[in-house]
Write a protein that binds this ligand. Structure first.
Ligand code: BTN
Length: 284
């Protein structure tokens, strides 16, 4: 158990350029603009999302985006409080901190945005088209290569902070995958046979993120939905959507203009679902 965590503060050890290849300068050299105000590179953290949630921010919207990157996470987490496999030196653990001009109910758009940005960056790096298991899983060859965990803070109904955590299995080989995920997970190394530069892929994700974020703020969610539709792994399939205690079975007809699943239920009625986790049954 990490002693610093027990004090309630997220644990963070800074990387120095001398002791690791993953440096803020290297990431910055791959960025296309000055949108990014700060890049914090850490050797070991509890979770980059914890750092993002605890960073002091002032009220200036322009102060963000901030990117937190770590070599290693001791308590990396996924959705539904699952453990996120976070070995040192190999994979991407990135959290983007923003103060978006969005109603809190639209925070899930940021998950879609991050999934699309990551898919585009991975395509640019590997030439492999990533599909998206709605709403937040990145798949290569039908196996999970990455995931997104968005956590938001609101004050009096205003979204004051969004932390969008992106985890990508980049350079971990098959032998390293824990047995509980080895049948369902993959990595870029497993899929391509080559290692990739973490700094280059992180910079590419940030560039892709920035372009889509600017569109979201200027035009709205429609361009994201249009980009998401052909990448969805569940379109035209039977799924079960689990959300807390509720379980809904249906056939995925489409996504609506807000990125929610449109399900055709066995009764013939339609139902729109905005959150949850899907299990694909494999049936069409
Ligand atoms: C999921 O698929 O359940 C989401 C996984 C999100 C993992 C990333 S790694 C960077 C950030 N820090 C965390 O602790 N989680 C997210």
């Amino acid at each position: 158990m990490n002693k610093k965590r027990s004090s309630g503060k997220p644990h963070r050890r800074e990387l120095t350029p001398a002791d690791h290849d993953l440096s803020a300068d290297e990431i910055r050299s791959g960025l296309k603009s000055r949108f990014w105000k700060e890049i914090v590179c850490c050797r070991s953290v509890s979770s980059t999302n914890d750092i993002g949630l605890s960073l002091p921010l002032d009220d200036n919207r322009e102060q963000t985006g901030i990117a937190i990157v770590a070599d290693n996470q001791e308590k990396g987490r996924g959705r539904f409080a699952r453990v996120w496999f976070s070995p040192p030196g190999l994979n991407i653990y990135l959290s983007i901190v923003l103060r978006p001009d969005l109603p809190p109910a639209n925070a899930p758009y940021l998950t879609i945005l991050a999934a699309l940005a990551s898919a585009a960056a991975l395509y640019g790096e590997t030439g492999i088209q990533v599909s998206i298991k709605w709403p937040n899983d990145l798949l290569m060859s039908g196996r999970k290569v990455g995931g997104i965990l968005t956590e938001a803070r609101t004050v009096q109904g205003v979204l004051t902070r969004a932390v969008i955590g992106i985890g990508i299995n980049l350079n971990s080989g098959a032998a390293l995958l824990p047995p509980e995920i080895s049948g369902k997970a993959t990595s870029v190394l497993i899929e391509t046979g080559s290692t990739a530069s973490r700094a280059r892929v992180i910079a590419s994700i940030m560039n892709e993120f920035e372009a889509r974020y600017k569109k979201l703020q200027a035009i709205g969610v429609f361009p994201l939905v249009r980009e998401l539709r052909p990448l969805l792994s569940c379109l035209g399939r039977k799924v079960v959507v689990m959300d807390g205690a509720s379980k809904i079975s249906g056939f995925v007809e489409d996504i609506d203009d807000e990125g929610r699943l449109v399900l055709l239920l066995p009764s013939g009625r339609r139902r729109t679902v905005g959150s949850g986790e899907i299990a694909e049954t494999g049936d069409r």
